[in-house]
Design a binder for this molecule. Sequence first.
Ligand SMILES: [Zn+2]
Length: 280
Amino acid sequence: MDLEDHFKLITKHKLSYLIFDKWQGDEGLVHCFTTKRGGVSTGCLSSLNLGFNRGDNRDFVIQNYQRVCDVLQVDLKSLVLSRQVHETNVVKVEANDAGNEILHSSKWESADGMYTREPNITLVTHYADCVPLLFYAPGHSIIGMTHAGWRGTAGEIVKALIDKWVNLEHIPKDAIQVVIGPSIGMCCFEVGEEVAHEFTTRFGEQSFIHYDHLTDKYHIDLWQCNKYILMACGIKEENIFTSGICTSCHEDLFFSHRKSNGKRGTHGAFMALRSLGDEL
Ligand SMILES: [Zn+2]
């Protein structure tokens, strides 16, 4: 697997996860993208399934979360899980939201995007081909994440988060860094005419929408599409980093909804602000 510059695959206590090394050196931030490896789930959920909705034993899923928490040195009680419905709702997470959707039921009906300024809160979003986008503004104590499948991408969920950061939190756009994690690439993300039409209507005939004459199908590059929206929002190109890893091409390491015909577990993206000197 060819990783783009600044991305590294790390294996610790048998758990493999991907990090962005520019952020790894920042003592005030914890983050990772999990892979399939390092958990206790079995069968098509083997082994690090983080989805409670995949038919897994709940205790196994909790054990899997605990393993990730141990590696990241964060407390299970600090986790705040999203409620993803392929929409564009972005919520602000406060300290008393700790445990959302894992230790108690969700405060939000939907939350495909979350952000927080609170230390000791670990944001978690879920994936198996959809695009994870992680947001950080070094020096401004703020982190966020959005989950963008084709609907969230076309609905510009990344803009919804940037608008909140800029208008409500007063974060300068040139301080915002965005990491686009492992997800289905243009190579494998084949869509029908209806979805392609949705994209061409919104974005025009861009290079990230490609028609394959041989298969009579369209391919969409969700990474470039999200990057295009971010740049239109005023995020600097040099502050957007794409891992370049297609989950469908790397089924040995990642869950892929498409490749497995839906028989798969779920990955997590994790992010927390660590107050220096504290263990979360
Ligand atoms: Zn691929």
